[in-house]
Design a protein around this ligand. Structure first.
Ligand SMILES: Cc1cc2nc3c(=O)[nH]c(=O)nc-3n(C[C@H](O)[C@H](O)[C@H](O)COP(=O)(O)O)c2cc1C
Length: 188
């Protein structure tokens, strides 16, 4: 199998929820934000906005909201990640800038940031908060209120970043033969 630094970063990145309290250098934070900047987006609309959170009280409030996520185990990990990470990125997208593909644009920016963090020796824990149902009182809505995010924005993800304080666990992946078809869906 062919390999290079990008392919290795894609394979080696893992979700990490325990972080050392050590601060992250400014140059690294800048490089992670720069990686978001170069994500692809629909006709280059670049609808993303990123909030960088370091304040302990804000983190605590955020972790309380996210702690109500579906699935007790996932909620537990997400709370730890938000409380322990020295920096948290919140990735939002402006639905007016790109009404068609803003969700994918925000996801592309998030993935760039996760991979950039990994390439700099840092770890991250992607927490999905985009609420497809659009229901009132959702976690996404509560986060918008907490962080003064304007109404026309959607919250795509929360990305705690820091130095890992746990061993990464390599999760299983499907074999490619289980999802690749040739010429038509289902054709092996
Ligand atoms: C869109 C998205 C949303 C996610 N949301 C959560 C979450 O709410 N809680 C959680 O524990 N992990 C969340 N994760 C992390 C996944 O659980 C993790 O990526 C997956 O188990 C594969 O593990 P790996 O990232 O270590 O390869 C999310 C990942 C993505 C891409």
């Amino acid at each position: 199998m062919l390999s290079n630094s990008i392919l290795r970063a894609i394979q080696d990145r893992r979700s990490i929820y325990k972080f050392k309290s050590k601060e992250i250098e400014h140059e690294k934070i800048d490089a992670i934000i720069e990686a978001a900047r170069w994500a692809p987006s629909w006709i280059n609309t670049q609808p993303w906005h990123i909030i960088l959170i370091k304040n302990e009280e804000t983190k605590h409030q955020l972790s309380k909201v996210v702690g109500t996520l579906v699935g007790i185990k996932a909620a537990h990990y997400t709370r730890i990640a938000i409380e322990e990470a020295p920096i948290i990125f919140i990735i939002t997208v402006d639905t007016k800038k790109d009404p068609y593909h803003c969700i994918e644009d925000g996801v592309a920016a998030t993935q760039n940031m996760a991979l950039a963090s990994h390439s700099l020796g840092l770890a991250s824990y992607w927490i999905g908060v985009f609420d497809i149902s659009g229901e009132t009182g959702s976690i996404e809505e509560q986060i918008k209120k907490l962080l003064n995010i304007p109404g026309e924005h959607r919250v795509i993800s929360i990305l705690p970043v820091g130095i890992a304080d746990m061993k990464s666990v390599k999760k299983d992946r499907k074999e490619t033969s289980e999802f690749i078809y040739y010429e038509k869906f289902g054709k092996k």
